[in-house]
Design a protein around this ligand. Structure first.
Ligand code: SAH
Ligand code: SF4
Ligand code: F3S
Length: 470
């Protein structure tokens, strides 16, 4: 699609700001002090979208609360990736019927990936009359206008048209205070892995202009953020749609030139598009963390083919081995799906053996969840839930032992960490992260927050390291 049709024009974005002003003026004239609650589910992309929603709400005159019961406006920013995520949202909608009874003026909005599914928006239209506004990720930038329509017309508003998707720069954003920030570098996905709903709800791949990304990262570094994660469903296809011969390794190399004391991370990275050049750029950089999240999904070639992943077990192993060779000490994590339709026990055990062979530092593991509308949802799925659970438990057992072993190897060493928050453990009141993004619970006081410091690792378990400043 033509670039000019992908970019939302500045006049159109300016126009949205006028709706923010109208809403703000409306509340001022009523002498109201409205509060809004944004509840975000799902991945970091959605968290980043939630921060834009909060930015637009603040511009509309809202203050933010985390308590739906005391909010004048509640947004459920939803995820559609697994059935469980969807069930939780419908559960929350059920609970909101009570808060809305108490406060009939309360405005309830449903947005995010579920809202973009016709099946869901129809169900909400029919069965959840308490919801005032439904809009998908494609309409996020138009939120002020849609909200104004709700206040002005008092009618239910639905904005859920299927689209290629756009890029909207300059939406206001409320970031988490502290040291971590998310930067979306591209939107959408072209890969259509057969189990996955994301391409249907997030549209086609669109890359932001490199200058816009560089300016945002520079601003964040100057504002004191120290752990910045670049986001995309597959960052390795960044730039393909720009047609200027500029790709993800180029972007990483340019970001790395920004002066300051910070780490850059990225996710996710599709193995089919991960290149040696990417790993060489990482290895030669100052700021790119030696950490790689490289979702493999399965260790069996037949299953990988059925998943439409477009790499083999051996190609994956070759990539990982190269990355480890050029970046000694690389921390490696992955996503795994157990129980894909038609997967046999032997095939699931191929995944377990791959996990043993690679030695991941940690895994995100899922049991396959059929997503209506995807190709895999049509495939015969003879294995029972109980069988899949057994394979899954086996995988966890192997991975937990591996994580515990890799963590134990840190004990006695001194490592550099970024102190990023409090912890609920009174003996280790701080939380921090290594360059590889391993969690270190720390002794020490609040004066260390936001600082890079050297710590001695004194203990470990499967999930975390424990340490003290040296
Ligand atoms: N774009 C990212 C993944 C986004 S979804 C990537 O390709 O790496 C995050 C993870 O959810 C996926 O990696 C996959 O492991 C899991 N997932 C996606 N669809 C799923 C489904 N239908 N059932 C179970 N897990 C799923
Ligand atoms: Fe889903 Fe595959 Fe796209 Fe990731 S790359 S979002 S798993 S379709
Ligand atoms: Fe979920 Fe949408 Fe992210 S489906 S995982 S919130 S892209």
């Amino acid at each position: 699609m033509e670039r000019q049709n992908v970019l939302v024009q500045p006049e159109e974005l300016e126009h949205q700001r006028t709706f923010e002003e109208k809403i703000k003026a409306m509340f001022e004239s009523r002498q109201a002090h409205p509060r809004a609650c944004v509840d975000t589910f799902g991945c970091q992309q959605n968290v980043a979208d939630g921060q834009k929603l909060m930015g637009m709400l603040v511009s509309c005159g809202f203050t933010l609360t985390s308590e739906p019961a005391e909010a004048d406006l509640v947004i459920l920013n939803t995820c559609a990736v697994r059935e469980h995520a969807e069930d939780r949202v419908f559960g929350n909608l059920g609970a909101l019927t009570h808060t809305k009874k108490e406060n009939p003026e309360q405005i309830i909005c449903l947005c995010g990936c579920m809202a973009q599914e016709p099946r869901v928006s129809e169900r909400v239209k029919k069965s959840y009359p308490l919801v005032n506004l439904v809009f998908g990720p494609h309409a996020l930038w138009k939120f002020p206008e849609l909200l104004w329509q709700v206040y002005e017309s008092r009618k239910r508003v639905f904005s859920v048209q299927d689209e290629h998707g756009t890029i909207a720069e300059g939406i206001p954003v409320v970031r988490e205070k502290g040291v971590k920030a998310w930067v979306s570098i591209m939107y959408g996905c072209n890969n259509f892995c057969s189990y996955c709903i994301v391409p249907y709800v997030r549209g086609r791949e669109r890359s932001r202009d490199p200058q816009a990304v560089l300016a945002e990262v520079r601003e964040l570094v100057e504002a004191g953020y120290k752990d910045i994660t670049l986001l995309g469903q597959n960052v390795n296809s960044y730039g393909n749609d720009l047609d200027i011969g500029y790709h993800f390794p180029d972007l990483l190399a340019d970001i790395d030139k920004i002066p300051g004391d910070y780490w850059i991370r990225f996710m996710s990275s599709h193995p089919k598009d991960a290149t040696k050049r990417l790993f060489d750029v990482m290895a030669g950089s100052r700021h790119v963390a030696r950490q790689l999240h490289l979702p493999v999904q399965s260790g069996n070639d037949r299953v990988l083919r059925e998943m439409n992943r477009r790499y083999t077990r051996q190609q994956y192993l070759d990539l990982v081995n190269y990355a480890k060779r050029v970046m000694p000490g690389l921390v490696l994590t992955s996503d795994i799906i157990i129980g894909f339709p038609g997967e046999t026990e032997a095939e699931a055990m191929d995944t377990v053996s791959l996990v043993e062979e690679v030695g991941f530092d940690a895994l995100f593991t899922f049991i396959y969840s059929p997503r209506p509308g995807t190709k895999a949802a049509q495939m015969p799925d003879p294995a029972t839930r109980a069988e899949k659970q057994q394979w899954f438990d086996k995988l966890l057992e192997v991975q937990n032992a591996m994580s515990a072993k890799l963590h134990a190897a840190y004990v006695g060493k001194t490592v550099r960490v970024l102190v990023d928050g409090d912890s609920d453990d009174p003996d280790f009141p701080l939380s921090s992260r290594t360059e590889g993004n391993r969690l270190v619970r720390l002794k020490g006081g609040p004066e260390l927050l936001g600082k890079f410091i050297d710590v001695e690792i004194t203990g470990s378990n499967t999930w975390a390291l424990y340490g003290q400043p040296v």
